[in-house]
Each structure stands twice: as structure tokens, then as C-alpha cells.
Design a protein around this ligand. Structure first.
Ligand code: SF4
Length: 351
């Protein structure tokens, strides 16, 4: 079976090239063509012999991601991509422009099994894990079509990245490699709904010689277990106390400040008592609570609190000693919420 060469780390490519009877330094050349020089065909790799290029063509493909739809915000240039993968599956990615850098928000699974009640990505369940090569190509496709360099990556699109752990780590290995794109680990944020054993595993991981330097954003969305269970089925499995313990371990090992994501849902988790309980839970660890006024998804029936209620909640948290921020809304004139563009296309296809 022909394999996608984007899936290989530089170390794995070395082993592949050796098995073809080639010198290991060829791996570095090929890796640089793919990840630093944006090659999309083996013919572009002119410092390889014609014979080697022919053998590579027989054994590997280069990517296979296409863009059946893209929406561009007229307000701020945010672009929402619908990507089609080699097997026809659809996923989304978002390109966001900030003043000093550009960020890619990428998906890590096709759909999601986690069932968070406010999220469109999970409505049709999980289809499959994405490969590391597919994740890498989301970033490269956004760079290619915008002509802009991406320095920051958030793994916050569809899927629970820590349930696709090995591919996530392989993706990080590839995208941070200095012979390729060389994104700083500190510019990568992985968002999780709170898979406690995987957070503990990641804390103990060595990426290179160090503990990870990637940022964790943990979706909390409630101030106590009972409320969280109503929004996020994962709360039936791991309590918030366990989740906060795992977060502390991650902070102790990595010294990276943890962000807790809190989707504010009107009348569900936006009261003063919620702010107090949340602050008590997070005391003693440097954290940021990122408040996200929930995007109304027809299926969920939840509605968004007023701007004033959001600011009030942030002020309450800060009075209780917890730093808060309000997520800047980008692309509010396009199918902005995660999973909505994909859902619309899947439904159109079924009609
Ligand atoms: S919020 Fe994240 S973990 Fe929860 S269902 Fe959506 S994609 Fe999955």
C-alpha cells in the first residue's frame, strides 16, 4: 500500500531511506523539501537522483488534502476551511490573523465521540482518527492559500487530540523539527476535554530531552461535577478534582501556565455562585480562565449570555483571585462555530 510521506517524522524517514539502501542524510533532504520548502511532488526534489525520485514515487504519495469549501470573513480576514481527506471524510480548520502572528486552528479527529452538548463536531459521532500527516497538511494548505506564514497552532478543531495521542505526538515532532517548519512548542496549544490519564502521561513525556513545552487548554465549562456532567459526558468518568490534580502535575513538570476554557451558557453556568466555586477549585495554581460565550448550535438548545453578563462573570472571577479573559470573536459572519461548516456540507450531501 502506498503511504503518505507526510506521516513520517525525520527519524522515521531515516529508517525508511536506509531500508531502500540510501544514506541517512537523504532523509533530511526529503524532510526539508516537504516541510521547509513546501514541495508537492518528488520531481521538485532536484538534489535527489532521478532513480531515487522514481523509487519514492512508487512507494509514497505526497498528501492528498483538498479544499471543497472555504469561507472568508469580511470583518477580520478569518478563513474557515472545509478539508476533504484522501478517503472523502470532511474536517474543518480555521486560519486566524492577529496583529503579530497568524494562527492555524486544526482538527485532530474526523468528528468526535466526546458528546459535549454545546459542540457541533460531535453531533454525528467519531468517524476516525486523523494521521499526523493530515494534521500537518491542514497547516500547510492554509499557508499555501493565504500566502502567509503560520507561527502558532491550536489543536482545537474537531476531535479530542489526547485520544489520538500517538498521532498528536508525531504531529508535534514533525511540525517542530528545525529542518522543517520549526514551530516552537511554546506556540502550540492542545485543547482537551479532560482525559485525565492522557494529561498525566503527557506531563511525564519527554519531547526531545525536556518535558513538553506545549500549552494545554482544558475545557472545564462548569464549576462543579454535577453541572459539568450535564454539559460534558466525560465528567461521568473523571471528576473535576482529578482533572485539577492532573493539571497541577502538568504545570509542575512543564511550568506552562494552563488555560481552562469555560463556555458560558446563559442560565446554566454564569452565576456568581459559579464564579466563586470555580475560583475555589483553581486556587493555588497559575491559570487563566478563558471565557467563551457559547455559539448557539441548533441541536443543543443552549443560548449565549449577554456581553454584559460575560464581563460580569470575568470581573467576579478576578475578584476571587483568578485571571480571566474573554475569547475574541473572529469570523462571526461565517459558519464560525467548530463543526458547523462540516455539518452543513454533510447534510447537503445526504439530501
Ligand atoms: S468540544 Fe472538543 S471534545 Fe467536546 S465534543 Fe467538541 S470536539 Fe469533541
Amino acid at each position: 500500500m502506498i503511504k503518505d510521506i507526510f506521516d513520517y517524522t525525520k527519524g522515521e524517514l531515516k529508517a525508511e531511506l536506509e531500508s531502500l539502501g540510501e544514506k541517512p542524510y537523504r532523509a533530511k533532504q526529503i524532510f526539508s523539501w516537504l516541510h521547509a520548502r513546501s514541495a508537492v511532488s518528488f520531481d521538485e526534489m532536484t538534489d535527489l537522483s532521478k532513480d531515487l525520485r522514481a523509487r519514492l514515487k512508487e512507494k509514497y504519495s505526497i498528501g492528498g488534502l483538498s479544499v471543497p469549501d472555504m469561507q472568508k470573513s469580511k470583518l477580520d480576514g478569518t478563513r474557515k476551511y472545509l478539508f476533504r481527506l484522501y478517503d472523502g471524510e470532511l474536517i474543518e480548520g480555521v486560519f486566524m490573523e492577529y496583529r503579530e502572528w497568524n494562527t492555524a486552528c486544526i482538527s485532530s479527529q474526523v468528528g468526535c465521540a466526546m458528546g459535549c452538548r454545546f459542540c457541533a463536531s460531535t453531533v454525528d459521532g467519531l468517524s476516525r482518527d486523523m494521521t499526523a500527516g493530515e494534521m500537518v497538511q491542514e497547516v500547510y494548505e492554509m499557508e499555501r492559500s493565504t500566502g502567509k506564514k503560520i507561527s502558532h497552532i491550536v489543536v482545537m478543531g474537531s476531535g479530542e487530540p489526547l485520544l489520538n495521542y500517538d498521532n498528536l505526538l508525531r504531529f508535534i515532532d514533525i511540525i517542530t523539527d528545525g529542518d522543517g517548519k520549526g514551530v516552537s512548542q511554546r506556540n502550540i496549544t492542545v485543547s482537551t476535554c479532560g482525559i485525565v490519564p492522557a494529561i498525566e502521561r503527557l506531563a511525564m513525556e519527554k519531547l526531545g530531552r525536556e518535558h513538553p513545552q506545549i500549552n494545554l487548554a482544558i475545557s472545564l465549562h462548569a464549576s462543579n461535577d454535577d453541572k459539568r456532567k450535564m454539559l460534558m459526558p466525560i465528567a461521568e468518568k473523571y471528576s473535576m478534582a482529578e482533572l485539577v490534580r492532573a493539571s497541577r502535575l502538568y504545570y509542575e513538570k512543564t511550568h506552562r501556565k494552563i488555560t481552562f476554557e469555560y463556555a458560558l451558557v446563559k442560565g446554566e453556568n454564569d452565576s456568581e455562585a459559579d464564579a466563586r466555586e470555580l475560583a475555589e477549585l483553581l486556587q493555588g495554581m497559575p491559570v487563566l480562565v478563558n471565557l467563551i460565550p457559547v455559539n448557539p448550535v441548533t441541536e443543543s438548545g443552549y443560548s449565549r449570555p449577554s456581553r454584559e453578563a460575560v464581563i460580569n462573570f470575568k470581573n467576579k472571577l478576578e475578584n476571587f483571585g483568578i485571571n480571566g479573559s474573554i475569547r475574541r470573536e473572529l469570523g462571526s459572519d461565517i459558519d464560525g462555530a467548530c463543526g458547523q461548516l462540516r455539518m452543513r456540507h454533510s447534510r447537503d450531501a445526504r439530501r
